[in-house]
Design a protein around this ligand. Structure first.
Ligand code: SF4
Ligand SMILES: [Zn+2]
Length: 328
């Protein structure tokens, strides 16, 4: 392997990543930094309106190489009561929007906090009851967590909910060396053990899988994307979300300049998603946010985007004719 610009020693990596960060965004601890409703296919096959509230809270203590979620976080813990207030604000606003547009009320809610819901410095445990009350009308409550923080706190939160708890965890990749270099300080064994804990306690699980993390070329990315999907389902994931890796946090641009990272081709995401859906072991979703970034052809992009929406919504693969412009 040629010499990398990225530190070989684990303890040097966080400093290297932090040194390359651009400024974080200004956020208000009294408000979620975003909220929206979109439809998501449920485990029973319906398209269910799902609210996502992006909570403003203290930055995650991990320093993953590819992460840019810290941009909308605070450097100190938010005061007790702030998180329930943020949820209340988002739900009130979304209810107004739904009333204006005649949409049906969301049945599921994602409380995404740019880190781990079960990190007490991010989400104070004293707020669990108030949070559970705010989301008592939802059939399913989805939160995210690093596998290391999946434990008793998850059970205490589960016990306060009316709906089903689901925990989303980043598996990222099962490639052992690349996973180690991502600086997430997790192993596939720890992921599997967190998955087993959730299963034992009747908490649903979804997994995030990266499509083309750094240090991989396109064929390797597809191969390890597929293996990671397999592993996520073996660990009991009910859904796997494929995330094409993008630059944007400073560290990824540095690797890009050094030739150690290049964003995936749309084709790699499509093939990984097709593979996952055809397994029929659970739902597979492609993350379509800002998807144009991964396309090199304006001619076929709209159709390919449409097909990936169909894949997400119907869990079927739509065959696509070859593009007369790019030939892809
Ligand atoms: S654990 Fe998640 S939120 Fe925390 S740094 Fe890693 S990717 Fe970002
Ligand atoms: Zn094309």
């Amino acid at each position: 392997m040629s010499k990398s610009v990225y530190p070989a020693i684990g303890t040097d990596r966080s400093d290297w990543i932090l040194a390359r960060r651009p400024a974080r965004n200004a956020v208000d601890p009294g408000r979620p930094y975003a909220f929206l409703v979109e439809k998501e296919r449920s485990d029973t096959g319906e398209l269910v309106p799902t609210a996502t509230v992006f909570l403003t809270n203290k930055e995650c203590p991990w320093r993953c190489l590819m992460c840019d979620l810290w941009k909308n976080t605070t450097t100190a813990s938010v005061p007790a009561g702030a998180i329930p207030e943020q949820i209340e604000f988002a739900l009130r606003e979304l209810a107004c929007q739904a009333a204006d547009s005649g949409q049906t009320a969301p049945q599921q809610i994602k409380l995404y906090n740019s880190g781990s819901f079960f990190d007490p410095k991010a989400i104070p445990e004293a707020d669990y009851r108030a949070i559970a009350e705010r989301v008592s009308g939802f059939k399913r409550v989805i939160v995210e967590s690093h596998p290391a923080l999946v434990g008793e706190r998850a059970l205490r939160f589960r016990d306060l909910l009316n709906g089903q708890l689901e925990v989303a965890m980043g598996l990222e990749t099962v490639h052992p060396e690349v996973l180690e270099r991502l600086n997430k300080r997790v192993t596939v064994e720890q992921f599997a053990s967190a998955g087993a804990f959730l299963r034992t306690h009747e908490i649903a699980m979804r997994a995030f899988v990266l499509v083309k993390p750094p240090f991989m070329d396109e064929p390797m990315a597809l191969e390890w994307g597929k293996r990671s999907i397999d592993f996520a389902f073996e660990c009991g994931a009910a859904a796997v979300v494929l995330i094409p890796v993008r630059p944007g946090n400073g560290a990824m641009e540095a690797l890009e300049r050094a030739g150690e990272f290049k964003a995936p081709k749309l084709r790699t995401l499509e093939e990984a998603a097709h593979y996952g859906v055809e397994l029929k072991r659970g739902r597979v979703f492609a993350d379509l946010w800002d998807l144009q970034l991964f396309s090199s052809c304006a001619e076929c992009f709209p159709e390919r985007l449409g097909n990936l929406h169909l894949l997400n919504d119907r869990q079927t693969v739509v065959p696509r004719p070859t593009c007369s412009v790019c030939g892809d």
